[in-house]
Design a protein around this ligand. Structure first.
Ligand code: ADP
Length: 255
């Protein structure tokens, strides 16, 4: 469970990116965060794994106050939270399977990881993760030979191999075409349903957010202005979140 209570995030330059956010996300939910660029989506997401430290309020993940974690306990905590980025962040010149196995490094001794000595169990976990996102047959191909959608699937498989309870996705399909975006969102949904992993995704593509997420959180200037089922969102609600009517292109995620 992720629990924000009156969370304020003020950056050193004085910008208040979160202005008293309170919300609870239960284990296994699929949540999309939508809002204008600069609304605070990324700050909200990155507070969850302590990439950004909150200024005041309380943020608990599975009962633990995140800001109390330091050093080893923070590293262990972060291992339980996967992160997927818009830019995939793969090691391009190596194989897909090695990229996915990189997620297992945290569980190895330093000597094992230096020698790239992965156990049979690690390899099975990595191959199963690739199977879950439908690209098992690409396991021994170099990552840079895959399409953007396939590379994002490798990134998702790498996160799954980390065996997290939460996946944070920061604009995961922003650099993909509409068809590929839908396929990748579908993979997120499959993982969410099959493994009960909580998915929290920042989405600039409103259409896909409404289609795949169960719950949508709308943020405007650091304040939650909508929080409810995707089905409950209409043009009026979107107007409230974005401050104006969205064009068709914006609804479809065109920049
Ligand atoms: P979004 O993800 O919705 O585009 P962000 O969370 O990135 O929004 O940003 C929210 C606000 O915080 C913006 O005004 C942005 O300029 C500001 N901001 C984000 N990161 C920093 C930072 N590291 N230092 C100072 N201000 C920041």
């Amino acid at each position: 469970m992720i629990q924000f209570t009156d969370v304020v995030k003020r950056y050193p330059n004085g910008v208040e990116a979160l202005k008293g956010v309170s919300l609870t996300i239960e284990q296994g939910e699929f949540v999309a965060i939508i809002g204008l660029s600069g609304a605070g989506k990324s700050t909200l997401l990155r507070a969850i794994n302590q990439m950004h430290t909150i200024t005041s309020g309380s943020l608990k993940v599975n009962g633990v106050e995140v800001s109390s974690l330091k050093g080893k306990s923070l590293r262990r905590f972060r291992r339980g939270i996967g992160m997927v980025f818009q830019s995939f962040n793969l090691i391009k010149r190596t194989t897909v399977i090695k990229n996915v196995l990189a997620a297992r490094v945290a569980d190895m001794s330093i000597i094992q990881s230096l020698l790239s000595f992965y156990t049979k169990k690690d390899k099975i976990i990595a191959l199963e993760a690739l199977d879950q996102v439908g690209i098992l047959e690409k396991a021994y191909i170099r990552a840079d030979q895959l399409s953007g959608g396939q590379q994002q699937r490798v990134a998702l498989a790498r996160t799954v191999a980390q065996q997290p309870s939460i996946i944070l996705a920061d604009e995961p399909v922003a650099s993909l075409d509409p068809v590929t975006s839908a396929q990748v969102m579908n993979d997120f949904l499959k993982i969410n349903e099959a493994l009960n992993i909580t998915v929290v995704a920042n989405m600039h593509h409103v259409d896909l957010a409404l289609k795949y997420a169960r719950r949508v959180i709308g943020i405007k200037e650091g304040i939650i202005v909508f929080d409810g089922p995707a089905k409950g969102i209409n043009r009026e609600t979107l107007k409230e979140i974005y401050g104006r009517d969205l064009t068709e292109d914006e609804l479809m995620g065109e920049k």
